[in-house]
Design a protein around this ligand. Structure first.
Ligand code: GLP
Length: 253
């Protein structure tokens, strides 16, 4: 039996430190699975990034074993590069299809990702917000944390009241995601749910693993809450949990 995670709090944010990244990923998958087991429609906010690969792998495994069903779920992803075709290997739509949607029973048309091919980004962002509102808002929002403390593609300095919109990406974010693109072809912009959109989720489950995240986690937890470190805003949410492995937590314990 694995050790129970070390639990602490930073303001309102519950922080659980697991011994290993697999432990942290399993705990996040278990939280999502528990929400899906509720006998009612559920709206999930989903995230991409290397951090979430293990979470989706575990959910796909649970589904294959008959432990979890997405049939009552509707999902909304945080973000997508713009402009970008959904078939591009860097596309978050493609990531979701390959890592999750193709392997579970989510009804077709109920896995939403901002449209990277939309001609008019502003129209697409407004459409996404109204779709989300019509679904009743997000019950559980899954989040990763960028190396610079971003949430979704809300880079440092994003307003805490921001909504889904077109944003420029920082050099650090473009660099972190370079592997998915041809040299010099990393998109410069993206569509992202805003910090206001994200923080309206009734419950947030965030995940950060590995020593590459230790510094951004330290800033998110130790600086005064500030829009300069979007992840620090998680400390203001009434029901948010941040799962870390020991490496990501190394500078805060
Ligand atoms: C990406 C995504 C974020 C993600 C973050 C971390 O650019 N837009 O939603 O949380 O950066 O990515 P990774 O998990 O690969 O470190």
């Amino acid at each position: 039996m694995a050790h129970p995670p070390h639990e602490t709090r930073f303001d309102r944010l519950r922080v659980l430190v697991h011994a290993t990244s697999v432990g942290a990923e399993s705990a996040v998958a278990a939280a999502i699975a528990a929400t899906l087991r509720d006998e009612r429609p559920v709206v999930l906010g989903l995230a991409t990034g290397r951090t979430q690969v293990g979470v989706y792998r575990e959910l796909v495994g649970r589904h294959a074993r008959g432990e979890v069903s997405f049939r009552r779920a509707t999902t909304f992803n945080l973000d997508e590069y713009w402009p970008l075709a959904p078939t591009h290997r860097g596309s978050f739509r493609r990531f979701m299809e390959e890592r999750l949607f193709a392997h579970v029973d989510l009804p077709s048309g109920r896995g939403h990702v901002p449209d990277g091919e939309a001609e008019d980004a502003a129209v697409e962002c407004a459409r996404y917000e109204s779709l989300l509102a019509a679904a009743g808002g997000v019950d559980l929002q899954l989040l990763g944390v960028g190396r610079n403390g971003h949430l979704g593609f809300n880079e440092p300095g994003s307003a805490r009241t921001s909504r889904t919109r077109l944003v420029p990406l920082t050099a650090s974010t473009r660099d972190a995601n370079r592997a998915d693109f041809a040299p010099d072809a990393v998109p410069e912009r993206a569509l992202t749910m805003g910090l206001g959109t994200i923080l309206e989720a009734r419950r947030i489950v965030a995940l950060a693993v590995g020593d590459g995240k230790a510094e951004s986690i330290e800033r998110a937890l130790r600086t005064p809450v500030t829009e300069e470190v979007p992840a620090s805003l998680l400390r203001t949410h009434p029901d948010a949990t941040l799962h870390l492995d020991a490496a990501a937590a190394a500078r805060v314990l």
